[in-house]
Design a protein around this ligand. Sequence first.
Ligand SMILES: [Fe+2]
Length: 339
Amino acid sequence: MEKLLAHLSHLEITSPDVEASAAFYVGKFGMREVHRAEGRVYLRCWGDYDTYSLVVVPGAEPTLSRMAWRTTSSEALDAAAARVEASGVAGEWSEGGYGYGRAYEFTGPYGHPMRLVWNVDKYQAGPEFASIYPDRPEKRSLHSAAPRFLDHVTVATSDVRGFAAWYSETLGFRTMAFTDLDEAPITVFSVLTTNEKSHDLGVVLDTSARAGRVNHIAFWVDTHEDLLRTADVLMEHGTPMEYGPSIHGIGEQNFLYFREPSDLRVELNSGGYRNYVPDWVPNTWKPSQGSNNFYRNGAMPRSMTESFPHAEGFTATEEGASEEMKAELLNPYATQGRG
Ligand SMILES: [Fe+2]
């Protein structure tokens, strides 16, 4: 298969309080508002090459309402749409929207709304934000917590290996790794990529009945020091660290997690390996090998098993599975009344 997808372009998320969420991303996290229309707020990081990378949309619950991927060409967009339809998934073409042109939109087989685009508006900074460096779309932010650009999205699914297979076979994502429980061959996590990063799409196992949920959205900073300073700034300004800073085993990125006002989980990354191997065969990790935590000494907070929108039932996390989730998966009759 020719390479179809180039990178994650933008994410649309819903929030019950768009103003509170937007104020958080701008005031505390150092993103910048570039547009608003019909109640939607368009936000960019200073290093995003496209006009924006995050859209906050009015909605009753925190959700991932769309993930948009840029194809490698106009022909690749047509080819990707044809492959989606050939797999039995029906989508729709649109004329595009703010910042992007002709688009193919569909809901993936596990309930995740997708958008494929080729034509996007490259960000053109006005005099106030123009960088002195030609390759930068905008000058570096003055905000001491500001992410450079969007990094990845991690969603939740009832079948991690099925999800990875469909996105790999249909759209050409490389599947980079799996995590199976130590106790049983139950796959709780996988990472996929369109490029040299360990992942720009993650997926965790979901035991709830709600399809299409999201576990977190993630942004990038250049250095570990930037990441630690962001943790410091957020702590000082009333946003606790849900987990981290620490280092992932899979991908080897530095990470931290926090929540935005809608309750949606946001991750920040730096570092990590690059992988260009075209015929990479994914390894299957066990949590005991440090898939969850490079140093094999971290205790993951139970709150990390929450995905969005909220639902009954656990999800795994980028870190593996909680003890509660393992108990549920390994013995579904363990709860009184189910036997
Ligand atoms: Fe992540």
